[in-house]
Write a protein that binds this ligand. Structure first.
Ligand code: XIL
Length: 473
């Protein structure tokens, strides 16, 4: 579908192809490149075309839990690097991973994630220092005084190794019981050191890396309930007594037994009102299609509505690597195609899809899994010359056949278009936004693609036009 010079001279050329050719001819000597996909990072319009960029536009981060052993998979690394601007090591910083043997520290897997993140300017959430789970048996076997020494040593060694590289640490994870008791969970730390282990861990952590934000992180605390009340009272008490704490993490693992609470935003807000940041730290929502998409949208909107909600981390990238893979709870399908949930999250962040797709070869597909008509729009610059460029938008139907589609293309300041092909154009009153609907190519089988193209006269502005999400009918 790419318009190239020889096509433009072919027998079935449309008037618009002639225009495109003329534009190319005019720019002839200045033709700088004829490329396939042009990455949009760095252009003004790319600002909202990925989760990370859209979140950044709202003053937030959008992160993913990452496993070191997947970083060598190109779809995984490309999706991570394109879409996210924060990471949390999924298992690599846990006690059993870094100090399986007392005082013998192994940071190699966690280091891989941290250096990858640093090379891409991503924030790193450290997860986690003190937790009853994934805890080596040598720790649980210690008597109280030795356990206290071991806990403080663990915090000190791990935080020293990563000093200056961690945005926020989950200092203590999951220290409260589920249910109505509001009590602390039984653990070696709780049982031998008592309630005070939590503040001791925070105090030690502050002394090691004063620049890192220190978080308490838990699940089933996402709405107002007995467990979140207990955490709330602890944070309030810490703030009153000057125990260092900067943030509270809400894991947000949701499914039909544990749905997104209706008071999610209110709960985030009441914690924020205590004077701490709130973070959505391990988001995954089981389900598919529009129901899942709506849940993701609601979670994102709740965070954006709370000024101190610093960011969102999803607990994995493609469904196949989720700790709850059977519930397909993430934003990308197994081939790194963008699910309806992805589009919903991006839209809620104020972003628009179309630019900088993760993997135009295999990804970009929508996978609602419900027979809902959906489509995706992927922008590619097919030719560039000194005075302008040709853009192409590939429309791909999701898992249901469609009979129509619609995409808005917004030209940048000073840009004009000299023609559109394989699509019908209507302009808004500003003369900058064109809505493209099919000319002959509205009917697409499930998963099938078509494309339309246009020529842009740059007039000094070579930024890629913004392409909206695709609307299917
Ligand atoms: C999970 C990981 O995703 C799994 O790979 C691992 O087997 C178990 O732990 N709460 C947490 C996370 O704080 O560390 C957990 O991660 C999920 C629940």
């Amino acid at each position: 579908m790419t318009i190239n010079v020889s096509d433009a001279g072919g027998r079935h050329r449309s008037p618009f192809r002639v225009l495109a050719r003329r534009a190319l001819a005019l720019g002839g000597a200045g033709l700088v490149s004829v490329t396939g996909v042009v990455a949009l990072s760095g252009s003004a319009h790319a600002a909202g075309s990925t989760l990370g960029a859209a979140a950044a536009g709202q003053g937030r981060y959008f992160g993913a839990a990452v496993a070191a052993n997947h970083l060598g998979e190109s779809g995984y690394a490309t999706t991570l690097d394109t879409e996210f601007n924060a990471v949390t090591p999924e298992n690599e910083m846990k006690w059993d991973a870094v100090e399986g043997t007392r005082n013998t520290f192994n940071f190699s897997n966690a280091d891989q994630i941290v250096s990858h993140a640093q090379s891409k300017n991503m924030k790193v959430r450290g997860h986690t220092l003190v937790w009853h789970s994934q805890l080596p048996s040598w720790v649980s076997g210690l008597a109280a005084a030795d356990l206290r020494t071991a806990m403080n040593n663990h915090i000190t060694q791990v935080m020293t190794h990563y000093k200056g590289k961690i945005y926020a640490w989950d200092v203590v994870n999951e220290a409260f019981q589920d249910g109505s008791s509001g009590a602390r969970r039984s653990s070696p730390f709780q049982d031998k050191l008592g309630n005070g282990f939590i503040e001791e861990a925070f105090t030690t952590a502050r002394s090691v890396d004063p620049a890192a934000k220190l978080c308490y992180n838990d699940y089933n605390t996402d709405g107002v309930n007995a467990k979140s009340n207990a955490v709330y009272n602890m944070v309030k008490d810490f703030k009153a007594r000057g125990v260092p704490i900067d943030c509270v993490g809400f894991q947000s693992h949701f499914n039909s037994n544990s749905p997104v609470p209706s008071d999610y935003q209110a709960n985030l807000q009441r914690f924020a009102d205590l004077g701490v940041d709130v973070q959505i730290t391990e988001l995954d929502i089981e389900g598919s299609g529009s129901a899942q998409a709506t849940n993701y949208s609601n979670v994102v909107k709740a965070c954006l509505a709370v000024t101190r909600c610093a960011g969102i981390t999803v607990w994995g990238i493609p469904d196949k690597y989720s700790w709850r893979a059977s519930g397909t709870p993430l934003l990308f399908d197994d081939n790194y195609g963008k699910k309806a949930a992805y589009t919903a999250a991006l839209t809620a962040l104020g972003g628009t899809s179309g630019g900088g797709t993760t993997d135009p070869g295999t990804g970009g597909g929508t996978d609602p899994g419900t027979g809902t008509k959906t489509c995706t729009a992927t922008y590619t610059a097919t030719q560039t010359w000194s005075g302008g460029f040709n853009g192409q938008v590939t429309i791909k139907a999701g898992s249901a056949a469609i009979t129509g589609w619609s995409v808005k293309v917004t030209l940048g300041a000073s840009q004009t278009t000299t023609g559109v092909w394989n699509g019908t154009t209507s302009w808004d009153s500003t003369g900058k936004v064109m809505t493209i609907t099919p000319s002959y190519n509205g009917s697409l089988a499930a998963g099938a693609s078509t494309s339309f193209g246009f020529t842009v006269q740059a007039n000094g502005n070579t930024a890629a036009p913004a392409v909206s999400v695709c609307t299917a009918s």
